[in-house]
Design a protein around this ligand. Structure first.
Ligand code: UD2
Ligand code: MN
Length: 590
């Protein structure tokens, strides 16, 4: 079903927040992604879904014959200019079966030519910015893959060749991480041998995971700059110049493109928001959040200027090759998938470099809802050990916070030998994690010495403030602020941080929020929603009266009069009544 809402104000890049819903055109509101059309008719998706390797309920019978067949069957105009592919109804059943092979619509992909066109999604200013490309260094593009589909892998390669200046493109290295599919052997070698840009396929001897596969590519690379891509990307015009020119100016920069979305369903190319940066949640899962207020201000002059990001998504970035090795390349003890993007981001920031997003560089990536390949040892083990390594090496005291609230990772803690990575950190004289949090991600919602961390308990009902389960844009939790019976740790839902400036926030960057001044109702509702830095999210606690006063309205946080647990908390004129009394109960985290 198609819901149409229209957006009226002018700021092109503001993320559509839920309170502003009336002003947007929403096309499809899925569980984890929301698609919108903005004023100019540009298709936008909010909420990236990073592979979480769910196991499928009823996996269909994927025979060897099916897995080894190359069903690439392009139609000249299909998917042109990034348009969605429509599958004829008599093929829908086959389409659904093929979906399971790669966990994307393989039939749609196989109908799109390798050299399909894409729209130029950049801001106009971007084109003017790029001159004098002649003395920029050339790059090696490294693409690692494990059992990728023919059409997505080669469309990645062809989009690089078609939309990069060839003087900047030294070579393309494909690293095959022990794929088992027949068409990825000789047929692939034969195809790449005919390409107009030097392209080679390297092969690992056994399944080594994406980190060691990328390391293999990096060691073979001839270019002065390394550019990594996933094996299911499509580059748009100008993507490479905007990355390379930033690295050429400063070799300690790690530069990422804006990651647009290739629909796993229709293969439509969907432009994403430019004003998102990457960070993580309490489980150390990568998350997109709205750019910090300071960064937005700095960019008022020129919104096409690159901006720094606390963490990179992981798959798509360019960096100087010598710097990559100087700073410790990758942690080669990380297996298969996950965590390496945090590790590289923490390391680069803490050891003197920077990580940034270049808004003039747009690359599409096929986001999937689940992971198609096997995780030897189990997905939990793999991901938790990788993340345990990140925490042990880079996070100082905050590793205790991570392990305390993520017992799955804590179990694997003692199995990690991280000595050589700690030595690397010492050798490079890297800064502390506290420095990183304060300087690079001041909006973070982790506990710290200077802030309260724990439960917020009603003195009347004895219940605790709880994070809502509803989802807002960017997949952040959102909904009414409610109080329910208190639970024990490691339940993360009832833990809050209160900063010295009075912001009450929790995991996923959501904050206790109430209307600035609301004359329409006596008891404005209190909600939990994306932290905005605005005054409406500031509170002050009085430990004598136990009141939590909303700074901008002067009113106090109160239980609702109804005893219905789902009823949201409200603001009332302060009376010191027991319904307005709250206890801040600290929880130890290290
Ligand atoms: C994201 C990143 C991905 C990586 C990952 C965390 C983007 C767009 N993607 O997940 O690059 O940082 O987070 O680890 O930022 N692969 C192998 N061997 C393996 C497993 C994977 O070669 O054992 C390849 C795979 O074929 C693909 C790449 O590694 O080309 C990334 O894997 P993914 O696409 O499953 O990761 P994604 O996009 O969910
Ligand atoms: Mn990917």
């Amino acid at each position: 079903s198609v819901v149409l809402l229209w957006r009226s104000h002018d700021d092109e890049e503001a993320a559509p927040d839920e309170t502003d819903r009336d002003n947007w055109v929403a096309v499809r509101l899925g569980q984890d992604q929301k698609e919108y059309i903005d004023r100019r008719g540009v298709h936008v998706v909010v909420g990236h879904y990073m592979g979480d390797a769910n196991n499928m309920q009823n996996p269909p019978n994927l025979t060897d014959e099916l897995l080894n067949a190359n069903m690439f069957d392009p139609r000249p105009n299909e998917g042109r200019n990034g348009q969605p592919v429509m599958i004829p109804s008599h093929e829908l059943l086959k389409m659904q079966q093929l979906f399971h092979i790669n966990r994307f619509n393989l039939m749609a992909s196989d109908r799109i030519p390798l050299n399909r066109t894409l729209p130029d999604v950049r801001k106009k200013r971007c084109q003017k910015k790029l001159k004098n490309l002649s003395h920029l260094p050339a790059t090696t593009v490294i693409i690692v893959f494990h059992n990728e589909a023919w059409s997505t892998l080669l469309r990645t390669v062809h989009s690089v060749i078609n939309r990069s200046p060839h003087n900047l493109l030294q070579e393309i290295l494909l690293v095959d991480d022990a794929s088992t599919r027949a068409f990825l052997r000789e047929p692939l070698d034969e195809h790449v041998a005919k390409l107009p840009v030097s392209t080679r396929v390297l092969r690992t001897n056994e399944r080594v995971g994406l980190v060691r596969a990328r390391l293999m590519g990096a060691k073979e690379a001839q270019g002065q700059i390394l550019t990594f891509l996933d094996a299911h990307c499509e580059c748009t015009i100008g993507w490479l110049e905007s990355l390379i020119s930033r690295v050429a100016e400063d070799r300690t920069r790690v530069v990422c493109p804006v990651i647009d979305i290739i629909s796993d369903d229709t293969f439509a190319y969907v432009r994403s928001f430019e004003l998102h940066w990457g960070a993580f949640n309490w489980e150390l899962h990568f998350r997109w959040y709205t750019l910090g207020g300071g960064e937005i201000k700095k960019r008022k002059e020129d919104i096409t200027e690159p901006f720094r990001t606390p963490v990179m998504a992981g798959g798509l970035f360019a960096m100087d090759k010598d710097y990559f090795f100087e700073i410790g390349a990758y942690d080669d003890q990380m297996e298969i998938w996950g965590g390496e993007n945090l590790e590289l981001s923490f390391r680069v920031w803490q050891c003197g470099g920077s990580v940034e997003i270049a808004p003039c560089s747009h690359v599409g990536h096929l986001f999937r809802k689940s992971s198609p390949y096997t995780f030897p040892g189990g997905v939990g083990e793999v991901l938790y050990s990788n993340l345990a390594r990140v925490a042990l090496v880079w996070m100082d005291d905050w590793k205790e916070f991570y392990f305390k609230f993520n017992p799955g990772a804590a179990r694997l803690r003692d199995r990690q030998s991280v000595r050589s990575r700690i030595e690397l950190r010492e050798r490079l004289k890297c800064k502390s994690f506290e420095w990183y949090l304060d300087q690079i991600w001041p909006q973070h919602f982790l506990p710290k010495e200077d802030r309260f961390f724990g439960k917020i308990r009603s003195r009347q009902s004895g219940g605790c403030l709880q994070k809502p389960l509803g989802k807002g844009s960017l997949n952040q939790p959102m909904g009414s602020a409610t109080v329910i019976s208190c639970t024990e740790e490691p339940n993360l839902l009832q833990l809050f941080v209160m900063s010295p400036s009075g912001v009450i926030m929790t995991d996923e960057s959501v904050c206790l929020d109430a209307p600035e001044k609301d004359h329409t109702t006596l008891q404005p509702k209190v909600r939990i929603m994306a932290c905005s830095g605005q005054d409406r999210q500031k509170w002050s606690y009085n430990s004598n009266t136990f009141s939590l006063q909303h700074v901008s309205s002067g009113m106090c946080l109160s239980l609702p009069e109804s005893s219905n647990l789902e009823e949201s908390l409200v603001l009332q004129a302060c009376t010191q009544h027991i319904s307005q009394q709250w206890r801040l109960e600290a929880v130890q985290w290290k």
